[in-house]
Design a binder for this molecule. Structure first.
Ligand SMILES: Nc1ncnc2c1ncn2[C@@H]1O[C@H](COP(=O)(O)OP(=O)(O)OP(=O)(O)O)[C@@H](O)[C@H]1O
Ligand SMILES: [Mg+2]
Length: 312
């Protein structure tokens, strides 16, 4: 879907993105993480040519982005800017309608789409459609920003710290919403964040940047098992590693035959959640149920702990 080849950005003699290459598969979510000033936003903005690369190329669906007119590129690619980036003098509905209007959609179709997105982001259209950005909380503005980026159903979405301003509870809800939307629509997403928990929660692949360079591009599990260097190892957090592994694995991976007492855990739950339930209930094992509530076996503390460490 997106091939990034030897992408470089210089400002004068300052190299802010240095020879970065990686591929983003269609329908996946790639997270770019790294410290402030590492070049994450610049890298993201070179994908839709908001920033012109000094060297290197980007291909989208095999097409060199330099061959695509810039306005067409911007309409095809949704972009959620760092900060809120809403147009202050347009109300919520007009903000969301920006790209569909540019594309010349019919008024009725635009109005329908705006309502649909407001519903999706749990902003009651009757209450919010005609509010202006300054009348919204930071979290509401951020949701409108994401809704605006999704309005014209782009197959590719670039998001620069889209949830930065949200508190922990709404943030986690927004992340789950994004994953649900992404799975339903098959959108390809590249998302920048500072937050490693967010990276591990959302990313099919994680790209770690430091001082303009790409240090590692890997699946979350690969990155945990084989960090490319000390920087990546510190970033994933040595103390967090076992718990991150358990968050990535499912009850399905640790199910055992046999019976256990207690409220069942779902086969689709993470092992992290299952261990948490086991510890909280003080049990050694709990039954495992499928989506219909049929008991399939059990999951035990000992069984789970096998998954919180690298494979032998
Ligand atoms: N237009 C510009 N002119 C000169 N230098 C720039 C310009 N834009 C960015 N830079 C520099 O490039 C480097 C990378 O900036 P970038 O915004 O990509 O970082 P970032 O990883 O997104 O940081 P943050 O996490 O703080 O958002 C920084 O040192 C920044 O000062
Ligand atoms: Mg940035």
């Amino acid at each position: 879907m997106i091939e990034i080849e030897h992408l470089t950005k210089r400002y004068g003699t300052n190299v802010v993105v240095d020879d970065v290459s990686f591929t983003v598969e269609e329908g996946t979510l790639t997270v770019i993480v790294g410290t402030s000033g590492a070049g994450k936003s610049t890298l993201l903005r070179m994908i839709n040519r908001l920033v012109e690369p000094s060297a290197g190329r980007v291909f989208i669906d095999g097409e060199d982005t330099r061959a695509i007119p810039e306005d067409e590129l911007r309409h095809r690619i949704g972009y959620v800017i760092q900060g809120y980036g809403l147009f202050p003098h347009r109300d919520v509905a007009a903000n969301i309608a920006t790209v569909p209007r540019l594309l010349g959609w019919e008024r009725r179709k635009i109005a329908q789409r705006v309502d649909e997105l407001l519903d999706l982001f749990q902003l009651d259209p009757a209450e919010f459609a005609h509010k202006f950005p300054h009348e919204l909380s930071g979290g509401q503005q951020q949701r409108v920003g994401v809704a605006r980026a999704l309005a014209a159903r782009p197959s590719l979405l670039l998001m620069d710290e889209p949830f930065g301003a949200l508190d922990a509870v709404i943030r986690s809800k927004a992340q789950d919403d994004l994953l649900a939307i992404q799975r339903r629509l098959g959108t390809t997403i590249v998302l920048v964040t500072h937050d490693m928990n967010e990276a591990f929660h959302l990313g099919d692949r994680i790209a770690v940047m430091d001082q303009a360079r790409l240090l590692q591009h890997a699946t979350p599990a690969e990155m945990l098992m084989h960090p490319a260097d000390d920087f990546v190892e510190r970033l994933v957090g040595t103390a967090e590693r076992p718990f991150r592994l358990l968050s990535l694995a499912k009850v399905q991976d640790a199910i055992e035959p046999g019976e256990a007492m207690g409220e069942p855990v779902a086969i689709s739950d993470s092992l992290h959640d299952a261990l948490s339930r086991l510890m909280w209930t003080g049990r050694d094992a709990l039954p495992v149920a499928d989506a219909r509530g049929v008991i399939l076996g059990k999951v035990s503390v000992g069984g789970i702990l096998q998954h919180g460490r690298p494979l032998p």
